[in-house]
Design a protein around this ligand. Structure first.
Ligand SMILES: Cc1cc2nc3c(=O)[nH]c(=O)nc-3n(C[C@H](O)[C@H](O)[C@H](O)COP(=O)(O)OP(=O)(O)OC[C@H]3O[C@@H](n4cnc5c(N)ncnc54)[C@H](O)[C@@H]3O)c2cc1C
Length: 425
């Protein structure tokens, strides 16, 4: 394969337009046999596993995932609105098996980099030549006084989709009209920067239809947030004064909670919530921490060109857990990183020169079912870091017509269908 072709592959691999590469003959050529173990079958890990097999069917790929089904966080805010079911966000792993990925359901205790093996709870140690670690996020439970796993059963975070999403929905349904829903938004960096603000809109969408005297108040650790101008305008247009936002500079930082009493405590105030959604500060998935893959920031430093860990050779970290320069912690970024990482490992396995990476991200947010907004960027590797390509990024226009907003909501649904098909078929 020429240098040009390899570069083109990785550039394509970084975009979501790569769904049909399976039939490409130069990708199907078998290479040197190697064992790759992927830890975590979410937005980054499932893609890395599938694209490794597509890049070289001679690579033996085992995916270890603790859950039997994957539940998507993207679009889970619509479950809160009552516009989607959790079933519509739930996917099985049979499609990956169809690509020759061996799927093991179990919880990984740790990656033993010294002995090149992955230890699965109650199971065998899996030997690898390369490990890909993709466990998503975990919470800094110690960061908000009184907020622990038991408190999350009263004040759900709903930041990992599944039972927590359903619990928050149930609380919204049970709340009387005229109640106040509080959302505590975390400090940077965290999973899905626009997510809390889309959530405010989706909760307001439900309340407007069923409990119109109610309010949503976002208490924020930050002083600004993703797509702020677009969200603020969208909230106002769709929901009037139903949603308010309190900046971290104006006493928005939730420092403690009393979950039993429904209290959120900031530096100078105490708020009584009818429903409280606490999105705690975050760190890399716990298995990355247990495996010595994180630095003092709580996230995993990597060579941002390949995603190989800066701390352990032949271990790659992708998705929300890694430090990926200017890329946000999003599903689309995770997908893009999974493809770059697969191409890098395939090159290494076959003794080829590692290709030049290119990465992308697009994040849609739904303000109402007919009102979508987005942010998009293309990235390159420059001077040791992933940086945005100048002139190749931006947000939806602030003066877009209702027709454009409506189309962006349609694009969001297509985005979800495409990215999940890319992962699971
Ligand atoms: C409400 C909400 C809305 C969002 N909306 C969007 C959106 O519209 N667009 C977008 O791009 N992004 C969105 N995101 C962000 C997106 O969900 C994440 O960025 C993405 O899931 C990151 O992918 P990942 O592979 O790192 O982690 P995940 O997708 O969470 O996958 C991690 C996997 O690892 C498994 N795992 C963890 N530990 C272990 C272990 N020890 N052993 C075995 N398996 C393990 C988990 O079970 C999980 O399946 C949203 C997030 C939230 C919370």
């Amino acid at each position: 394969m020429s240098q040009l072709n390899r570069r083109t592959f990785v550039k394509l691999a970084g975009s979501a337009a790569v769904l049909s590469l399976a039939g490409t003959p130069w990708l199907a050529r078998a290479g040197t046999k190697a064992r790759v173990v992927v830890v975590g079958g979410g937005y980054s890990g499932a893609i890395a596993a599938k694209y490794l097999r597509m890049a070289d069917p001679g690579i033996d790929v085992t995916l270890v995932e603790k859950n039997s089904k994957f539940i998507s966080c993207p679009s889970s805010n619509e479950v809160l609105a009552g516009d989607r079911t959790i079933d519509s966000l739930t996917f099985g792993y049979d499609g990956l098996k169809g690509h020759g990925v061996k799927v093991v359901h179990g919880e990984v205790e740790a990656i033993d980099a010294a002995n090149k093996q992955v230890k699965v709870k109650g199971g065998d140690a899996l030997k690898y030549d390369y490990a890909v670690v993709a466990p998503g996020i975990d919470f800094k439970w110690e960061a908000i006084d009184g907020y622990d796993e038991a408190a999350a059963e009263l004040m759900p975070h709903a930041w990992k989709a599944g039972p927590q999403t359903l619990l928050l929905r149930k609380q919204l349904e049970a709340m009387p009209d005229g109640g106040v829903v509080f959302i505590s938004a975390p400090p940077n960096p965290f999973r899905c920067p626009p997510g809390p603000y889309e959530r405010a809109a989706q909760i307001a969408h439900y309340l407007k239809q069923h409990k119109p005297k109610s309010k949503v108040m976002v208490l924020d650790h930050k002083t600004k947030f993703s797509k702020q101008g677009l969200f603020t305008a969208g909230w106002k247009q769709a929901y009037g004064d139903m949603i308010s936002w309190v900046s971290g500079a104006e006493d928005g930082k939730v420092m403690a909670v009393d979950a039993k009493k429904g209290l959120l405590i900031t530096d100078f105030s105490e708020h009584k919530a009818d429903v409280a959604n606490i999105i705690p500060p975050q760190r890399a998935g716990a298995v990355a921490t247990r495996s010595g893959l994180v630095d003092d920031s709580g996230w995993c430093p990597v060579d941002q060109r390949t995603f190989e860990s800066s701390l352990h050779k032949d271990v790659f970290v992708i998705g929300d857990s890694c430090i990926a320069g200017a890329m946000p912690k999003s599903a689309y970024a995770a997908n893009s990183q999974g493809k770059v990482c697969a191409a890098m490992i395939a090159a290494r396995v076959n003794g080829r020169e590692e290709p030049e990476p290119s990465y992308v991200n697009t994040c849609y947010s739904i303000v109402t079912p007919d009102y979508g907004i987005s942010v998009a960027a293309v990235y390159q590797y420059k001077d040791g870091k992933i940086v945005a390509v100048e002139g190749a990024s931006g947000v939806s226009p602030s003066d877009a017509s209702p027709e454009i907003r409506k189309r962006e909501a349609v694009y969001q649904r297509s985005w979800f269908n495409n990215i999940t098909a890319d992962m699971f078929t």
